[in-house]
Design a protein around this ligand. Sequence first.
Ligand code: MN
Length: 451
Amino acid sequence: MHTKSLRSWLEYLRAQGEMVEIARPVELRYELAAVVKRLDGQKAVLFSQLVGHPGRVVSGVVGSRELIAQALGVRPAELSRRFARALEGPIPTRQVRPDQAPAKEVAVAGEIDLTALCPIPTHHRHDAGPYITAGLLIVRDPDTGKHNVAIHRLQVLGPNRLGILLLPRHTRQLFRRFEQRGEPLPCAIVIGVDPITLLASQATAAYGVDELEVAGALRGEPLPVVRCDTVDVEVPATAEFVLEGRLLPHTRAPEGPFGEFPRYYGARGEREVVEVVAATHRRDPIFHTILPAGREHLLLGAIPREAGIFDAVYRVVPGVQAVHLTPGGSGRFHCVVSIRKDEEGQGKLAALAALSTHPDLKHVVVVDEDIDAFDLESVEWALATRFQADQDLVAVSGSQASRLDPTSVRGVGAKLGFDCTIPLDADRSRFTPIDIPGYEAINLADYGLDR
Ligand code: MN
């Protein structure tokens, strides 16, 4: 099965012509990110030679909706529905013996030196240094036994120290409980996992939902996991790298700036610190890096959020058809929702429901079902021809917003909903799209043209 591990996925990508391998030595500082960016959304890239490091790096492994849909065995338009269903029925993990877990093939002896162990790139001009950007931070709530999995940006601060940005979500919630008792929070940082576990790590589910079990639900079978050597945490058994350590209580260090998903820098600040105490990896391991603001980054954030929006809109507008967090909106700020409108006012209601799902979501465009939410020219056409600002706009000021939106003020900003649905009582003749009989059947080859 091509989604069992990062390696089997890379083999699949290679066979599909979706991955290129670069054998020329590439610098970890800027050059690697520049090459990834040039191929963004087109190809995954495996760097097999690096200047000054014996390792290998891959990026862009889920660079398109089409590829993520292939990993999950659905059509791209079904992704949000598929993800929403997985959240409803998590499947417990399956423990494998350490001697059968590829992640345990090599145990690192002696002191940990992160940059010697892992080829960690520096991505953007003003980044504070090398960052691990595709590290799944796994912690376990000792009261419930459930894991939490999330990707946090991790800046290399020293040989075995990482600065970490903990947004006010689940990892921080658990860490605060440990810190109040003066205890470190045991954790594992896993780099190089299969595409489904990678996607599952971005689930926006409630606290207590184990993202490893969401990965099982997306796979349709339990995710094989193995217990870490020094911490009571389980990790995907096929992972390329496993760093074991702890989040230190009452310890802060400067972290940032760091080029973030909205294509601006997240600011420097005093942040929590992870100390790495042990590490294992596969033989000849492959380090995964996510280019910030690249398609891989945006899609990993967008698809799980689309599932949440789909659910929220469905509760009040059952005719919801599709949800699209657009790349121009950095996969977070702009959303298109298409609905089959049965009752007047559902366009605005759908916008309000969508806007309530996440502080980051800023502008929502609601269109009728004849508009393809993934075709942005069609969406703009709906905005141009089915929208009047004095009647069809919903504006909310003073809402919680993304701190990474540079126009927000201390995390507060405005939200807008654009109702681009045709009024149910409208004169339909005014909204009849032009069309030409026989257009679909035209085959240009019949006219002596080769396209
Ligand atoms: Mn969680």
